[in-house]
Design a binder for this molecule. Structure first.
Ligand SMILES: Nc1ncnc2c1ncn2[C@@H]1O[C@H](COP(=O)(O)OP(=O)(O)OP(=O)(O)O)[C@@H](O)[C@H]1O
Ligand SMILES: [Mg+2]
Length: 321
């Protein structure tokens, strides 16, 4: 994600540092990158993350796209997961995911995929505001769209496991998609449905290495318990609270402060921090959403419509304020 002035961006997924630094093989601005069918010119860097970088590129016919690259040096390849997930969401025609148009590799340097270009991510959009928060109406509308994206991702059998504002973006006004939110970045996804015909849930591992971003990670993720659909929704709740209020109570803690963030998250449920967390949120509805999410278990299928209904209720209430 691009770095900007203002509050520090949430920590990137926890991965070994040598993987994050080896980006020297990635394309330079102006470089022409060919595939079997097309040529793309790298125009500018849109975002740089743990596993590679995303560039704005122009095809030979002048059309713009996003190119997600993954350096050959990374130990854990994740671009293929992006492809797998986006193939699934394409099949169900979800409006919340980018279409993949092309892919290829620059031998010994990087692999890439070419996808639909969208607009700014929701982290950048928020922090360029003064104060750095969305209006309640915008917050709740964005929350609804992100929830629908999460539901669609779950429908195709994947958990995201890194729900955070930098992994959602609005569409471009030029394509009339400014009011559609797109989900990005499937590098930490995990298939939660088994490979058999019965579509059973995979058995949870007794312990699961931490995946995600500490600030938004669910209680289970922080405790290294296998994540399930409820955990994406819990992370969504923290993300929505942050962009509605402007900050989370644990905003000053870093990616490595998992124990302390876990204590905060427990404290907003049962302790003194409850009020601090809820101030500025539509309290009745968010209290209900949090209790509902906490009532879910590994095997639960979340009732997305119930959460959606509560958001819509909160939207109606603000109309009368
Ligand atoms: N299709 C796209 N169109 C426009 N911008 C995009 C697109 N895909 C990604 N970006 C931008 O690039 C940033 C990084 O993308 P993404 O999250 O997929 O990569 P990443 O390497 O996994 O990043 P990180 O490790 O920071 O999560 C996004 O936050 C977004 O701003
Ligand atoms: Mg990302």
């Amino acid at each position: 994600m691009t770095s900007k002035a203002g509050p520090p961006p949430p920590a990137a997924p926890v991965i070994p540092s040598e993987e994050t630094e080896k980006n020297d093989k990635l394309p330079a601005s102006g470089e022409i990158i060919p595939t079997k069918h097309h040529k793309y010119e790298a125009i500018k860097l849109l975002g740089k993350g743990g596993f590679g970088a995303v560039f704005l590129v122009k095809r030979e016919d002048g059309e713009s796209f996003a190119m997600k690259c993954e350096s050959y040096d990374v130990k854990k390849q994740v671009l293929s997961m992006d492809c797998k997930v986006l193939r699934g969401t394409f099949l169900i025609q979800s409006p919340h995911f980018c279409s993949v148009l092309d892919r290829g590799k620059a031998i010994d340097r990087f692999r890439f995929l070419i996808m639909k270009l969208v607009g700014k991510n929701l982290w950048d959009l928020r922090i360029e505001r003064e104060p750095p928060k969305f209006s309640l109406n915008t917050s709740l509308k964005a929350a609804e769209q992100c929830l629908m994206a999460i539901q669609d991702l779950h429908t195709v059998g994947f958990l995201h496991r890194d729900i955070k504002p930098g992994n959602f973006a609005v569409g471009r006004p030029e394509t009339n998609e400014f009011h559609t939110v797109f989900m990005l970045d499937f590098g930490l996804c995990r298939k939660f449905i088994g490979e058999t015909q019965t579509k059973d849930l995979r058995m949870p591992r007794t312990s699961a290495p931490f995946r995600g971003t500490t600030r938004y990670a669910s209680l289970a993720a922080l405790k290294q318990i296998e994540q399930s659909r409820k955990d994406d929704i819990e992370a969504w709740l923290y993300m929505v609270a942050e962009w509605t209020v402007g900050a989370l109570p644990w905003r000053r803690l870093k990616g490595q402060d998992k124990e302390e963030v876990l204590r905060w998250k427990e404290d907003i449920r049962t302790g003194d921090a409850h009020d601090e967390f809820m101030t500025g949120l539509p309290r009745r509805e968010f209290d209900t959403i949090m209790s509902y999410v906490d009532s879910l278990e590994y095997h639960s299928i979340p009732d997305y419509d119930h959460v959606h209904y509560l958001l819509q209720h909160a939207c109606k209430v603000i109309l009368y304020l």
